[in-house]
Structure formats: C-alpha cells, structure tokens
Design a protein. Structure first.
Length: 297
C-alpha cells in the first residue's frame, strides 16, 4: 500500500533536507581543514554498510549476472567521479549554487534521450529546459559579470565546472542504471556502487595526487561535521530505499528537487551563505523548471 500523497511528499521533502544537510556538513568539514577524500570515505562507507544491512535483512542475493558485472563497475566509477566533483564544487561555491547545478542532470538526460532516439522531441520539455537555462544565468550572476560589475576569482569558476561535471556524470549514471541495471535490487546495486566509490576514493588518496586529501579536521566541530554528513546521507538513502515502493515515485519524484531549496536555508543558518535577490529568482526558475520536467514526464 502506498502512503497518501501528502505524507509521501512530506517524507520526500524530509529526505531532500537530509541530503542538503549532508552537503552543508561537508562544507563545514572542509572549512575546518578536512580533506576531500576523508569526507567521501566517511559518506560512502556509511552508505555501503546500510545498503549491505538492508540486503541481508531482506535476504537478497548479492550475486550479479556475469553480463552485468562490467556495467556495475562502470556505474560505481561514475558515482565515484560524481561524488568527487560534487564535493569539490561544494568546497568552492555556495552549497545552493552547487546543488542547483547538479540538479540540472534531468536536462542532459532528456537531451541524451533525443540524441539516441529513445525519446521523442516535445516542445513543452524544450521550453522547461530553456527556463532552467535562464534561471542558471541568474544564479551564476552572468548578467553582472557580463556588465563587469562583478569580478569572481578562479575558485568560483572551478567550482562551477565541478558542479556541471557532477551533473553530467549523474546523468550518465542514471542512464546506465535505468537502461542496463534496472533488474538488480536497489540495495544490492547501491551496495556495490558505494563499495566501488569507497575503494576508488581510497586508492585515489593513496596515490598522493591530491595533497592533503587525508587531512583530518582541525577541531572537534570538524569531526562532528564528518559524522553528520555520513549519517545524514545514510539516513536519507535508507528512507528512500525502504519507503520508495510506498511513495509513488513515478508521480512524486520531482519533490526531491526540494534539496537546493533546503540548502538555501541550511546554508544561511550554518554557513552564513546567502544569495542575492536576482540569484534567488534564478534558483526559483531552475527548481520550477526541474519539477515541471518531472511532472511532464
């Protein structure tokens, strides 16, 4: 039995807020000196343990058909790259901006469907995508930069690049999941994905390519932030996996785009980050466009 729609929406908004809180906690940890790899290891390990427990409790087999194993490996590396890019963006730009960029992945997904012939071009979808692009120009302060009334440092542009890269990798991961790995149980697929993320991030850190990637936080507050980001991500993921069959996701999945909205409030409360009025308008347009795409589909 599914929950009534009001309760389902509240649960999805709660999960979205937890996901947003995970990213705010990550920024707090980074500001306290924590290395990027440390945060990613904590998050992926927590999620891996939870998904393993879910599969064991439900007595689901961990065996993956031989024909799908390389696709599962590919998915794991995609999510590893996406996680790295997202946290790299969060470390450089306001959390709300990073999440708005990442949540544009449905736009790339639709374009990919058009290019491969799996989706038919529809004008309403194209209009919503145009609305999202207009919103992003406002969120990123492009009008002010063009008029040369605002100058941003290199970290801003690097953060924007990582945010867009994260969206593209997430789009590819979703395509891989929906087109080739949908038959695998969600908890098993996610367990292996998070395991690959953990191992690959550990390996990346051990190479020494990223100096300071294993740096621990400088204070107790930073350690609390690391624990919080792992726990918040783990709880949010569990809520979605356990309750997804009762949440009518085919209808209510656009509610998950509440995450950037929640990040605005959390970023203001805990990080003193705030967006200018024009950026808020742009953020609203992005969220409206993304939700409309979900409803149209």
């Amino acid at each position: 039995m599914t929950f009534n729609n009001g309760l389902a929406i509240l649960i999805l908004m709660f999960a979205s807020t937890l996901f947003a809180g995970n990213h705010v906690a990550a920024r707090l940890a980074f500001d306290d000196g924590a290395g990027l790899i440390v945060a990613l290891l904590a998050r992926s390990l927590m999620a891996c343990l939870i998904m393993f427990s879910l599969a064991r409790v439900n007595r689901i087999s961990f065996r993956i058909p031989a024909s799908l194993r390389w696709r599962q490996w590919f998915l794991g590396f995609l999510i590893a790259g996406q996680s790295f890019a997202l946290y790299s963006a969060v470390a450089r730009v306001p959390v709300a901006v990073a999440l708005l960029l990442v949540n544009t992945w449905p736009v790339y997904y639709i374009v990919l469907g058009w290019l491969t012939g799996r989706e038919v071009f529809r004008l309403p979808l194209a209009m919503m995508m145009a609305l999202i692009l207009i919103g992003l120009t406002l969120v990123l302060n492009l009008p002010q930069m063009i008029s040369e009334t605002m100058v941003l440092d290199d970290q801003w542009w690097i953060g924007i690049g990582f945010g867009l890269l994260s969206a593209m990798l997430l789009c590819t991961a979703m395509w891989q999941t929906n087109m080739h790995l949908a038959e695998l149980p969600g908890s098993v697929r996610s367990f292996y994905t998070m395991l690959i993320v953990f191992v690959s991030m550990l390996g990346l850190g051990l190479t020494g390519i990223l100096p300071g990637s294993f740096t621990l936080p400088e204070s107790t507050a930073g350690f609390w932030a690391i624990g919080a980001l792992a726990l918040l991500y783990g709880i949010a993921s569990t809520v979605l996996f356990v309750l997804a069959p009762r949440l009518n996701m085919s209808r209510n999945s656009p509610v998950l785009n509440f995450e950037p909205v929640a990040s605005l409030g959390l970023g203001f409360l805990f990080l003193q980050q705030f967006l200018q009025p024009l950026q808020l308008v742009g953020g609203g347009l992005v969220v409206i466009g993304i939700v409309a795409i979900g409803l149209l589909k």
